[in-house]
Design a protein around this ligand. Structure first.
Ligand code: NI
Length: 228
């Protein structure tokens, strides 16, 4: 599963994030990496004590909570508090790695199972060279570089990397999600069905009997496959 969500942040939110990130001081990116990924990781990251982190997280969480397609695609049960990174200069890449399956929550409230990974791009693509997120799955490799304010959601089960940034800087927000539907295939079927239902509702109206019946089937599948 790999889904791009356009304009997750509005222009005002994007600008505020960029202002906060330009004022921030950065640490080595290995702070949240596991043993294997620490060896591959060569970027910078905002640390937990950063004074800008609270406002940045609130902006992103507010934006996600109003995004209907994000909800439908991820069926989020829990979102890890978003993190922010920077690729530039000599700290400019993240080699092939996998994301750890269970991530301890920062406040000691147990673990989050990483079903999905998310990257929210915060620099305009024309302002830097390289920096593509490259995700490998059974279909091969996909290279993703989105407009600032847009997000990619992809299966956390994949091997992925960030290509070296050779000019400029790439700012991004990243996080992981535990989904109500852990199985990638089931979640994707539900997403396709929900999107088809949206189109049918626009064509036939909310009260068409086939639309009502299929909406029921969607929710019954979600009831069967989902857990809260
Ligand atoms: Ni990763």
């Amino acid at each position: 599963m790999l889904i791009t969500l356009e304009s997750v942040l509005n222009p005002k939110e994007l600008q505020r994030c960029q202002t906060l990130l330009h004022a921030a001081s950065w640490s080595g990116g290995e702070i949240t990496a596991g043993k294997q990924s620490a060896l591959a990781k060569n970027n910078q990251q905002l640390d937990e004590q950063s004074p800008q982190l609270g406002e940045l997280r609130a902006i992103v969480m507010t934006a996600l909570s109003r995004h209907a397609i994000f909800f439908s695609a991820a069926l989020p049960k829990q979102v890890f508090p978003p993190l922010f990174n920077r690729y530039s200069g000599s700290t400019n890449s993240f080699g092939a790695h996998v994301d750890g399956a269970m991530r301890p929550l920062p406040d000691g409230r147990g673990y989050l199972r990483t079903d999905l990974s998310a990257t929210l791009f915060l620099s305009e693509p024309a302002s830097y060279d390289g920096g593509e997120l490259i995700v490998a799955d059974a279909m091969g490799e996909r290279s993703v570089k989105l407009a600032a304010g847009s997000m990619v959601l992809y299966s956390a089960t994949t091997v992925h990397r960030v290509a070296p940034v050779t000019r400029g800087e790439r700012l991004a927000c990243f996080t992981w999600l535990q989904s109500m539907v852990p199985d990638d295939g089931q979640r994707h079927l539900l997403f396709e069905m929900d999107m088809a239902l949206l189109a049918l509702r626009q064509r036939l109206g909310d009260h068409d009997s086939a639309v009502v019946a299929l909406t029921g089937t969607y929710h019954n599948l979600l009831r069967r496959w989902g857990a809260v």
